[in-house]
Write a protein that binds this ligand. Structure first.
Ligand SMILES: Cc1cc2nc3c(=O)[nH]c(=O)nc-3n(C[C@H](O)[C@H](O)[C@H](O)COP(=O)(O)O)c2cc1C
Length: 197
């Protein structure tokens, strides 16, 4: 696959937040849904990533010394990436220029169980804040995991249960032949790298 380019090496040790996150130019309802993101957890030797179009950003658990800026992502249990999110205490959420959309489509339609899909998508993994992101990203959040849990099926509105049931291709059944809801991962934003300007 033709590589999408990157502006500079994204590799720095996490320190204090280097960006005024509350004044960032973020179109949150547009970014995840229409432009997608890659979510990644692990180390350079042991990581996995997948494409997401579901995600939220906001404020939760503000407390002394903590702004409460959080990112939440939702991973179906069938995703290999979900295992890495459970195993590691940090994750990244990264957004890309238009030219990378094919790479994101690839990352969202192949599994890291089967191949080095980042290499096959033409993406360059880099260490970022004690986790892993990609050099081609134009906006990357590194987060410390504050919460993880799988949504309980019976607590979902019937229309959402029906949505899962209707699409076993997107949401594979578990070994008991039952549909499963997504895992929720809430991360405290530790740092952001914004290369958009
Ligand atoms: C545009 C797009 C958006 C997606 N959004 C999500 C999502 O929000 N949550 C999720 O669990 N899977 C989502 N997926 C599916 C995963 O990216 C896909 O199943 C991927 O192949 C999983 O890779 P893995 O097994 O290496 O983790 C999306 C796929 C695409 C193409």
């Amino acid at each position: 696959m033709k590589r999408c380019s990157f502006k500079k090496t994204l590799a720095k040790e996490n320190s204090n937040m280097s960006i005024d996150i509350e004044n960032m130019d973020i179109k949150i309802f547009d970014m995840f849904k229409n432009h997608w993101a890659l979510v990644t957890a692990g180390t350079l030797d042991d990581y996995n990533s997948c494409t997401v179009s579901w995600g939220t950003m906001g404020t939760l658990w503000t407390r002394p010394g903590k702004s409460g800026s959080i990112v939440t992502v939702f991973l179906h249990p069938a995703r290999y990436t979900r295992e890495f999110f459970q195993k590691y205490d940090k994750f990244t959420v990264s957004f890309y220029p238009k030219e990378c959309k094919k790479a994101l489509a690839y990352m969202g339609s192949h599994s890291g169980r089967d191949e080095d899909k980042a290499a096959n998508a033409g993406l360059t993994p880099v260490e970022f804040g004690g986790s892993v992101a990609f050099a081609e990203a134009e906006l990357t959040f590194v987060c410390k995991k504050l919460y993880q849990h799988q949504m309980t099926r019976e607590d979902l509105a019937q229309e959402i249960q029906d949505y899962y049931i209707a699409d076993p291709k997107a949401y594979p059944l578990n070994s008991e032949g039952e549909w499963e809801a997504h895992w929720v991962f809430i991360g405290d934003v530790l740092d952001v790298e914004d290369k958009r300007k």
